[in-house]
Design a protein around this ligand. Structure first.
Ligand SMILES: Cc1cc2nc3c(=O)[nH]c(=O)nc-3n(C[C@H](O)[C@H](O)[C@H](O)COP(=O)(O)OP(=O)(O)OC[C@H]3O[C@@H](n4cnc5c(N)ncnc54)[C@H](O)[C@@H]3O)c2cc1C
Length: 459
């Protein structure tokens, strides 16, 4: 009878594990099931482009059914696991929880934003980790401009035109740079806002931005962003957030309606419910071959696992990056195949070959194979790399077309926050009822009229 290999999570690690297994194992040898909560893989390095409206949201994802030929995609949410019984619990789309039996399990459930117990952060902060968050952010920026345009009081408008990002790793820095570029492009359509100007502020607890890259490249990025008017506060932390202001360490209070939290990731919470050993940061502990400690037939990788880093001494784990998750997925796929077919199980040996940080406006910094790049050449390298790395020829064409359309025609300022949230038949789109004191039913005038019907801060 064929072996059953279950892969939990269809992001970078899980997708490449499935693809490697398809290519390595003969069809009669194993049945491969991939459990994922959405039917696509999100190509996160392109997320800032989606947030900035340069790329269509559908073009930054890879449809799993198109790219995986003989893997059974099972759409559902992993909610737990019993390794002793070799079963995984999956909540189906119908809402029932079912047991899924396996012979080998590969866990690649990724991570979520790492938050801290900062007053107001959970209520008022916006994350930048998923596609819904990226699209919400773009719509939010547009709504702040729309509200700003309606306000008479410049002091009040200033709050709506101030954007604070916390966390200057590559995700935060790329997100901020692309969104600022987008807002600078479309602000010409908002005369009052253009006259007033925007404030963009990047806050980082460490003493420099992007510890992932050499100091001289980080300095180049800092100078470039400051040249665009972006304020960078290093050695500073966030103390509190309210609906209309943030407080930084040292007591500085910044009036703002936008706080974006990009200060790192932690393993997905479901990892703690799988019955597997965890390290002090909540990652699954594995050996160098990615086999989970104390388990013969469970493997773990990517952001969810503490895979010993071949580039470092001891058991220090690899950083949470796509380039590691991809290679770990491929190696875990080969190891599972070897384990089934009696081959040699090998350790994960990949060492980082480079990093790209795209800052928009034709500017980037990069390191590749020991060489350092900055400015336009780095930007070309970054784009070429992602074009080559994005799986699927059709996807590559879509990406190329989106980039060129933006260069030719600029960006679109339509605010599409209602997409996917149809009000339902018979629902009064005004919210129903006649506002108090308004005999003819027109809306009362407030400081921020649109905010009454369309909240800008996420709840
Ligand atoms: C904005 C941004 C930009 C980035 N840019 C880069 C970059 O340029 N280069 C780089 O190397 N890295 C980059 N990264 C990091 C990279 O995205 C991650 O390290 C990588 O995605 C980790 O891969 P993974 O397979 O572990 O997890 P993921 O790719 O996150 O995959 C996890 C999968 O599991 C699914 N899932 C989660 N929970 C469940 C559940 N309970 N049930 C079922 N399915 C579930 C998710 O939907 C997802 O499909 C970036 C990250 C972000 C947020």
């Amino acid at each position: 009878m064929a072996w059953h290999v279950v892969i939990a999570g269809g992001g970078f690690g899980g997708f490449y594990a499935a693809r490697t297994l398809e290519r390595t194992l003969p069809p009669q040898a194993a049945r491969i099931t991939l459990v994922n909560d959405v039917n696509f893989m999100l190509y996160t390095p392109l997320l800032p482009g989606a947030a900035a409206g340069t790329l269509e949201p559908r073009h930054v994802v890879v449809p799993l059914r198109e790219e995986l030929k003989r893997t059974h995609l099972r759409l559902g949410t992993v909610v737990g696991g019993r390794p002793a019984d070799k079963t995984l619990q999956v909540r189906t789309l119908k809402g029932t929880v079912e047991d899924l039996a396996y012979d080998h399990l590969v866990v690649a459930l990724g991570s979520v934003s790492r938050t801290l117990p900062i007053p107001g952060l959970a209520e008022h902060g916006i994350g930048f980790k998923s596609l819904p968050e990226a699209i919400e952010l773009r719509n939010h920026v547009l709504r702040t401009l729309e509200v700003g345009e309606t306000l008479e009081d410049p002091e009040e408008r200033k709050k709506w035109l101030t954007y604070v990002f916390v966390g200057a790793g590559y995700a935060g820095l790329e997100g901020l740079a692309e969104l600022q570029d987008f807002a600078a492009d479309v602000i010409d359509l908002y005369p009052r806002c253009r006259t007033q100007g925007m404030r963009w502020i990047l806050v980082e607890a460490r003493d420099r931005v992007m510890p992932e890259i050499p100091a001289d490249l980080a300095d180049f990025a800092t100078t470039n962003l400051r040249g665009r008017g972006i304020a960078i506060r290093t050695g500073t932390t966030l103390d509190a957030v309210t609906e209309d202001e943030v407080t930084l360490s040292g007591g500085e209070v910044i009036p703002t309606r936008t706080l974006v939290w990009t200060a790192g990731v932690k393993p997905h919470p479901v990892i703690a419910r799988l019955g597997l050993p965890l390290d002090d940061q909540g990652r699954i502990t594995v050996d160098r071959t990615m086999r989970v400690d104390g388990q013969d037939s469970v493997w773990a990788l990517g952001d969810a696992a503490a895979v010993p880093d071949p580039a470092k001494k001891g058991r220090q784990a690899t950083p949470p990056t796509a380039q590691h998750a991809i290679r770990q997925g491929k190696r875990a796929g080969r190891n599972v195949a070897a384990s089934i077919g009696g081959g040699k199980i090998k350790p994960f040996t990949f060492k980082t070959k480079g990093v790209f940080v795209d800052m928009g406006q034709g500017q980037a910094v990069a390191t590749t194979l020991g060489l350092r790049w900055r400015g336009l050449p780095a930007w070309w390298l970054a784009r070429s790399y992602h074009l080559a790395a994005l799986p699927g020829t059709k996807r590559k064409w879509r990406l190329l077309i989106d980039w060129n359309i933006q260069l030719l025609f600029g960006r679109d300022a339509s605010e599409l926050g209602g997409l996917g949230r149809a009000p339902g038949l018979g629902v009064d789109p005004t919210g129903g009822g006649t506002p108090a004191g308004s005999a003819n039913g027109s809306a009362p005038v407030t400081g921020a009229p649109d905010a009454a019907t369309e909240p800008v801060a996420p709840s």
